[in-house]
Write a protein that binds this ligand. Structure first.
Ligand SMILES: [Cu+2]
Length: 154
C-alpha cells in the first residue's frame, strides 16, 4: 500500500479530513472525498440528501455513482431554478477537473438516498462508496445529521 492510500484511509476513518496529508502531486489518478455528510429527511420515508467535496488529482475524473449499503438506491441530482421554483434534475455529468474540487452542497448538486435503513440516526455514520471513471473507488463514513440541522431545505 502506498503512502497516499494509507493516508487517505486513516483520515477517512478518523475525521473525514485530509488536512495534514501530503497531497498526491504525481502518480495515478485519484479522488479525495472530503466533508461527506448526509441530512436525514424531516418526514420519515422521504429521501435523505448527501453532500461532499471531491478533489481530482492527475487527471480529469468523472463521478459515475454513489452507493450505500444503508440505502436502497442513490441518485445524483442537481438543483435548478425554473420559473421561480427550485427543482431537482438528474445530474448528467459530474466531472472533477484535475487539481480542482467539485462540491455537492445544499441548494446545489447532491446525492439523494432512497430507502435509508432505520438504524441510521443523527450523530451516527453512513457508509458511502464513490465510483469513478478513471480512478479507484473511495469509501467514506459520512456524518449523519438531522433534518434542518443545516439551514435551508433540500
Ligand atoms: Cu434530489
Amino acid at each position: 500500500m502506498d503512502m497516499r492510500v494509507t493516508c487517505f484511509a486513516a483520515a477517512a476513518a478518523l475525521t473525514l479530513s485530509l488536512a495534514g496529508c501530503d497531497r498526491p502531486a504525481t502518480g495515478e489518478p485519484v479522488v479525495e472525498v472530503e466533508e461527506a455528510w448526509v441530512r436525514l429527511p424531516a418526514v420519515p420515508g422521504r429521501p435523505a440528501a448527501g453532500y461532499f467535496t471531491l478533489r481530482a488529482y492527475n487527471a480529469d475524473i468523472r463521478l459515475v455513482r454513489v452507493q450505500s449499503g444503508d440505502a436502497e438506491r442513490v441518485e445524483l441530482h442537481d438543483t435548478r431554478m425554473e420559473d421561480g421554483v427550485m427543482r431537482m434534475v438528474p445530474l448528467d455529468d459530474a466531472v472533477i477537473p484535475q487539481g480542482r474540487e467539485l462540491s455537492f452542497e445544499p441548494g446545489g448538486a447532491h446525492a439523494m438516498l432512497f430507502g435509508v435503513a432505520d438504524g441510521v440516526r443523527p450523530g451516527g455514520r453512513i457508509a458511502l462508496t464513490f465510483t469513478f471513471e478513471g480512478a479507484p473507488p473511495v469509501d467514506v463514513q459520512a456524518e449523519v445529521r438531522a433534518a434542518g440541522e443545516d439551514g435551508h431545505g433540500h
